[in-house]
Design a protein around this ligand. Sequence first.
Ligand code: 5GP
Length: 177
Amino acid sequence: MSSEVKLSVLFTAEEIAVVVERLAAEIRRDYLDKNPVLITVLKGSFVFLADLVRQLDFPLEIEFAQLSSYGHGKESAGKIKVVQDIQCDIKGRHVLVVEDIIDTGLTAAFFLKHLKEKQPASLKLCSLTDKPSRTQVKINIDYLGLTVPDKFIVGYGIDWDEKFRYLPDIRAIEDEG
Ligand code: 5GP
């Protein structure tokens, strides 16, 4: 099926690297002495996190959570659930959520509320991409990488039904053949 899908490059690997470097500099400036907990939502953010964290040369911790939002295909499954929660106690800690995509904002809003109940000292959001044309819930993105058009994107860790995560760049699905 994937051979019939037409993809167009939105952001090259080089463009993404520049953006990640900028975000890392901003995060470094704000968290240098805070020993933050970076919480990444699996699976789409894993490549972004790996690149980001290798530019952060100060003490920090990494946690993973998994949520269910989209099922198969490109439509939302509707309900959001915590499938796998973080393993450490974040009460009194400085927490930075690292996301791949803010689309409607529903997932991030849900997850931030979930984490807030655990009483962190601070809670901020970093997202590699945002699709403002799709916003349903307005959330503040403290560290934003790229603004993307209203297209379904894949690559750089981001999948479509588990496909295309391996692409080094970010591409848009133009049509499905
Ligand atoms: P939201 O709750 O903000 O609408 O959706 C966030 C989640 O929806 C993302 O983490 C991702 O799993 C999925 N999603 C939204 N837009 C896209 C997209 O363009 N491409 C892919 N692969 N997933 C998307």
